[in-house]
Write a new protein. Structure first.
Length: 134
């Protein structure tokens, strides 16, 4: 299984001229290795791209992606990671979406397909990232 980050899906759905080819190729590659999943948070982040939930459901189904709820242990870890962020001087008042995604990946030992590696590398260093060469 591969957890697919929002940015990769938006590349494909919005037909990004720069990133769509890479994102499509990586989705195809990873789907050959097992299911592609998104979390509830990613589903929410995608929703502004669609006029209703059925269109979003159809789009993710067409991409071969399935929605998987964040496990309770992941929710707990996301909160603890946010606490660590705040102790380090972070000023955001709410938990980052990336903390939910990274925590889900960590507790279920899933790689994340993403183009945005900074926060994942900092707070979830043991999570495998599938990302463009930087």
């Amino acid at each position: 299984m591969t957890l697919v980050d929002t940015n990769v899906l938006i590349d494909v759905l919005a037909n990004d001229p720069i990133w769509r080819p890479w994102s499509v190729a990586m989705l195809e590659q990873q789907s050959g290795l097992g299911p592609l999943i998104i979390t509830d948070v990613i589903y929410s982040e995608l929703s502004p791209q669609f006029s209703n939930d059925q269109f979003l459901d159809d789009a993710i189904a067409n991409l071969g992606v399935v929605l998987q709820r964040i496990p309770k242990q992941g929710l707990f870890l996301a909160g603890r990671t946010f606490e660590r962020y705040r102790r380090r001087g972070g000023s955001r008042p709410n938990v980052f979406a990336d903390f939910f995604i990274g925590a889900h990946a960590e507790v279920e030992d899933l790689p994340i397909l993403t183009r945005d590696v900074r926060r994942y590398r900092m707070y979830f260093p043991d999570v495998a990232l599938i990302a463009p060469e930087t």
